[in-house]
Design a binder for this molecule. Structure first.
Ligand code: MSP
Length: 509
């Protein structure tokens, strides 16, 4: 079985609200997966849900439901969310699925048999809210704990621990030898700095069932369930194994995650895999966090962006465009409604929408929708843009690729202003020139539609439909000027991004 490009997102906590951050991560991973498919490389995209743990157990109890029923209800909502974002995932994993649990248990049994675990007593601080043990290092200088941890309690209990210390050196060497293992580079340096300056503490991989029942039972001790992070990380591997496609998928090419869960993916996960004798993922791609209006998003203050609402109001591709265009993968982002609407109007409605609509409308009006002979006036510009876009997509520079596409859209709109086809149409002596201009414009629309397929799949499809043209499978690698033949008949033009005339909002404080 030949290896497919395999990309994953983090799996979301099932009891959380689907929000901008979750949507962003899925759109980034989806765009990368679609890019690979667009140049002819099969890609497998995995996303899903993290369903075990104390918080789910408590929320289900508060709701008066068995935990599994509670999760099943929420999972439907998450799957609808993924569909609304137009994500092309090949599977959807839930950590409560037997196929996942079996792999987690097999891995635990293997590591236990190898002597990687030991049982020990923990006496110290514990944060039920974060489901994590805390050490002196987690204390503030005044002895208090960050409010992030909620109420911190003192705990004494026996658990299983995973010995990590003897894994530290090879992991440092791996990060040194593979700078691309964690991207952007400053995140890799952060992990390296941490590993060089701290001795890794052993990882507690169990929770007593008496305190937490909602988890995967340890295969070697029925009094315990698996620590949620040990359970959750394995999803990336359990799906390939369960589908009997391990050879075709593993190792993962990219794990897309947010900056807050870097340690789990760049320290614990590689150690778990290495201990099990399995190849490591090739890359952990770390994105920043979104804020709204310069503030942390929080349901309690009402400062949130609801992706479903934005999609309902403006369309999914307007949402995808804004999040991909607004920031590169790495730095934090800031959502403002003004910024969103400004990009919608200038770049989608007046930029792309206007170019496609007037190009196709003019061809319909002046030439009955029939394409004249090929003409190459914009070919060199399109080729230059194409080379840049392909290179940027290969490097997963999605924002840069959109900037390149829009530079070409601006060029094509300027071409309309310079050549003035509506004037040429009034002068029969200019018929030949009008043919040339119309070919350049309509062919540009086709090329742009193919470039947009990974980022704005629906818009790309809609443009191609209006052009009455179907893109070949490996659209991007074979894309060249002149694909629309003379005599081709286009479909009916329709606006892609309707303009919104809204009263200007009152100026804020
Ligand atoms: N369940 C764990 C991940 C397990 S992966 C084996 C988890 N879930 S989460 O729902 O809290 O977060 C899922 C992803 O969304 C994470 O990558 C996280 O960084 C990302 N985001 C959550 N809030 C975010 C923003 N405000 N902005 C951008 N991404 C954010 O962690």
């Amino acid at each position: 079985m030949s290896k497919r490009f395999y990309i994953t997102t983090a799996i979301d906590y099932v009891n959380g609200d689907p929000h901008l951050g979750h949507a962003y991560e899925k759109i980034v991973a989806d765009t990368i997966a679609r890019s690979h498919r667009a140049w002819g490389e099969p890609a497998f995209l995995l996303t899903g849900l993290d369903e075990h743990g104390q918080k789910v157990q408590q929320a289900a109890a508060a709701d008066g439901k068995p935990a599994q029923d509670y999760c099943d209800g929420l999972a439907e909502r998450w799957q609808a969310f993924v569909a609304a974002l137009d994500i092309s995932n090949n599977d959807f994993v839930r950590t409560t699925q037997p196929r996942h649990q079996q792999v987690v248990q097999a891995l635990l049994a293997q590591l236990h048999a190898q002597g990687e675990f030991y049982k020990g007593e923990y006496v110290g601080y514990y944060s039920p809210k974060q489901e994590s043990f805390l050490t002196e290092r987690d204390r503030n200088p005044d002895g208090s704990f960050d409010p992030l941890y909620g109420e911190v309690i003192e705990l004494r209990e026996e658990n299983y621990y995973f010995k990590l210390r003897h894994h530290q050196q090879w992991l440092i060497e791996h990060l040194e030898a593979h700078p691309e293992f964690v991207v952007p580079l400053y995140r890799r340096n952060e992990v390296l700095g941490f590993l060089r300056n701290h001795e890794l503490e052993d990882l507690c991989i169990s929770r007593p069932r008496s305190r937490l029942a909602w988890g995967i039972p340890l295969p070697f001790d029925d009094d315990y369930v698996t620590y949620v992070w040990f359970d959750a990380l394995v999803n990336y591997l359990s799906v390939p194994i369960a589908r009997d496609e391990e050879a075709g998928l593993w190792p993962a090419d990219i794990h897309v995650i947010g900056k807050d869960i870097l340690k789990f993916h760049a320290v614990y996960w590689p150690i778990m895999l290495r201990a099990a004798g399995r190849p490591l993922p090739r890359q952990v791609l770390v994105h920043g966090w979104w804020q709204k209006d310069g503030q942390k998003m929080s349901k309690s203050t009402g400062n949130v962006v609801d992706p479903m609402q934005v999609i309902g109001d403006w369309g999914v591709d307007a949402f995808r465009y804004y999040v991909l265009r607004e920031l590169a993968i790495g730095p934090d982002g800031n959502w403002t409604q003004e910024g969103f609407e400004a990009r919608y109007t200038a770049e989608l409605a007046n930029g792309l929408g206007n170019l496609v609509n007037r190009s196709l409308s003019m061809l319909s009006r002046y030439r009955g929708g029939i394409l004249p002979a090929r003409h190459d006036e914009l070919q060199a510009d399109a080729q230059r843009a194409h080379d840049a876009i392909l290179q940027q997509l290969h490097a997963h520079e999605l924002q840069a690729a959109l900037i390149s596409i829009w530079a070409y859209i601006t060029r094509a709109n300027q071409y309309v202003d310079q050549t003035q086809p509506f004037k040429l149409a009034k002068d029969p002596a200019q018929a030949q020139r009008l043919d040339e201009v119309l070919y350049n414009l309509v062919e540009s629309c086709r090329i742009i539609a193919c470039w947009l397929a990974p980022m704005l799949p629906g818009t790309s499809r809609r443009i191609l439909e209006q052009l009455n043209f179907s893109a070949p499978e490996a659209g991007l690698s074979q894309l060249g000027w002149g694909g629309l033949p003379c005599g081709h008949v286009i479909g009916t033009p329709a606006p892609l991004f309707p303009r919104r005339d809204r009263p200007p909002k009152a100026a804020g404080p």
